[in-house]
Structures are given as structure tokens and as C-alpha cells.
Design a protein around this ligand. Structure first.
Ligand code: ZN
Length: 298
């Protein structure tokens, strides 16, 4: 009889990451691969089950407490159905939890990627488990998560924390979500790529060379407005800032922080506002999925 452990799998649009972690979150194994195989697979549950076989062979299937998934997908409140996963083929409208439980014969818990990421960062940075902590992820889109007393907030229907899709007056462009005028049309990596295309520079130079460009400034302003809106409503302990764009060279963190403060009420939360950089650890989503399962009593 070996030690108890959990399997965490982060299913992203580009990569799959699979980790095994013990109940104290010590990582026992970690692997990263491209997600094209999963995207192409007819039977998603069979594909994911095959991925776990080497872990079961090494650590014993009988010792695995739960299979914990982190997905870039909209889900129902019960976290049993994937509704829409724009970056993953064949994940729309599937009861993934039941499919995988039937296939593997183990309990399965799944959660959206922004939530698992935030749960990981709270643990990793030793942030307080009491109160509200918000996560903002500037990646291709503008991701968001809210943790209340150590648990990811889901909302009444499971669709809470869509900060990137708050409406902006006067903005008429269509968003990938199916409506018009969402703030992530001005505050995301997609915008920066478009600006770089217009200027004719590599995206990597957008902050190091073109930080003063009018549209780059607008990106910072709109990102600050989105974050300030959330802070104004929630008065969180802190905001964890992550995502590929926030990790880019020359990212104007000071400027962003100042712009957020300008938009906050006096004296608080303006004075108390605190932003923490995410670790960017490769296992954050997979291990965050394990933390989520543990927070649910698994
Ligand atoms: Zn939208």
C-alpha cells in the first residue's frame, strides 16, 4: 500500500499538463505536452484515461484519491458539463465528469482554469485563506477568478468572473463570446498582437519599444479600468496578476498599478490596494486543480 495522491490535469488550448501531487501538494510527477492529440481524439475520456496510465503504474491506481481537471472552458455550476471551449475541439456540451468517472473508475472534479490558477497562487504565495482574493490573467483574453475563504466562486449558474466581458459604452466591435463591446476587445493579448501588426513590430517589442504608443496606453487604461471595477465592488485582500502578457518583458506594472489606483475611491481601497505577481509556475493549473478538489473535501 503506497501513499495517497491526486492526479491534476490542466487542459489548455495549446498544452496539456499532468501532475501527481500528494495531499500536502508535494509534486510527485509532472509532464507537459501539446494538446493537439486531445483536440483530435474522438473519445476525450479515453484519451485522458490513457494519459494517466503511466502515473497509475508508478504510484498505484488504488492510491489515487481523485482526478482533478483544470479546463479553459465554460461549465455549469455543478462542474459536470463543459459548455464551450473555444480553443479545444469537441469539448462543447459534453458531460466530461461522468464520462471520465465511468472510464477511470475514480472520482473526478473539474474547474475552470482561472480558478485553479488562483487557488494555486494563494497557496504558493501564502496569501490569507480568509476573505476575498481576485485573480486577473492577461493572456489571449482577459481571464478572471475570485476566491472567497479559500474556495473558487462559481456564481448562481456557474458563469461568474467573466471580467473580460463587461460592457464598454460606445464600443461596437464584436467579441468572440457572441456579444458586442466587451472590455477584453481593448484589454488583452489579442489587442496587443493587432497593435504590433499595425506598427509592424514583433509583439515582444510592444512594451520595450512602443510603450508610449497611443494604443498601448489605451490597453493599459482599459486593463486598469477592468481591474479597478472589480476592486471597487469587492475590496479584495489583494489582486493576483498573471497571464502571458503580464509576464512579458517591459510590462508596465507600475503604470498599470497607478492607473488602477487613480480609479479607486479615497481613502480605501485606493490606499490599501495591493497587487501580487503570479508565480508563472508550469504546474500551477494542474496542482491548482488538486487544491480545488481538496477544498471540496476530496
Ligand atoms: Zn465578450
Amino acid at each position: 500500500m503506497g501513499e495517497a495522491y491526486y492526479i491534476g490535469i490542466e487542459v489548455g488550448g495549446t498544452h496539456l499538463r499532468i501532475a501527481a501531487a500528494d495531499p500536502s501538494l508535494r509534486v510527485l510527477s509532472f509532464e507537459k505536452m501539446r494538446s493537439t492529440g486531445l483536440s483530435d481524439a474522438e473519445d476525450k475520456a479515453a484519451y485522458l484515461a490513457d494519459l494517466m496510465e503511466p502515473v497509475f503504474a508508478r504510484l498505484g491506481k488504488e492510491n489515487c484519491r481523485c482526478v482533478c481537471l483544470s479546463l479553459a472552458s465554460l461549465m455549469n455550476r455543478e462542474r459536470t458539463m463543459c459548455f464551450s471551449s473555444p480553443n479545444l475541439r469537441g469539448f462543447d456540451g459534453i458531460p466530461l465528469k461522468a464520462m471520465l468517472e465511468a472510464r477511470v473508475g475514480l472520482p473526478v472534479e473539474m474547474e475552470r482554469d482561472a480558478n485553479t490558477e488562483l487557488l494555486y497562487e494563494i497557496e504558493h504565495a501564502g496569501l490569507p485563506k480568509e476573505g476575498i482574493i481576485a485573480g486577473v490573467y492577461i493572456g489571449t483574453g482577459l481571464g478572471n477568478a475570485i476566491c472567497i475563504d479559500g474556495k473558487a466562486y462559481r456564481g448562481a449558474t456557474g458563469s461568474a468572473c467573466e471580467l473580460g466581458h463587461i460592457p464598454v459604452a460606445g464600443l461596437e466591435e464584436n467579441c468572440g463570446c457572441g456579444k458586442k463591446g466587451c472590455i477584453e476587445l481593448k484589454a488583452s493579448g489579442r489587442v496587443l498582437a493587432a497593435i504590433a501588426g499595425e506598427i509592424g513590430c514583433p509583439v515582444e517589442e510592444i512594451f520595450t519599444v512602443h510603450a508610449d504608443h497611443e494604443k498601448v496606453r489605451e490597453f493599459i487604461t482599459m486593463t486598469a479600468i477592468a481591474i479597478a471595477t472589480e476592486v471597487t465592488i469587492l475590496d479584495p485582500v489583494c489582486v493576483v496578476l498573471g497571464g502571458g502578457v503580464a509576464a512579458m518583458q517591459g510590462f508596465p506594472l507600475t503604470q498599470l498599478t497607478e492607473k488602477i489606483r487613480e480609479n479607486l475611491r479615497i481613502p480605501d481601497p485606493r490606499a490599501s490596494f495591493r497587487m501580487v505577481r503570479s508565480s508563472g509556475a508550469p504546474e500551477s493549473g494542474a496542482v491548482g486543480a488538486v487544491i480545488n478538489a481538496i477544498s471540496l473535501g476530496r
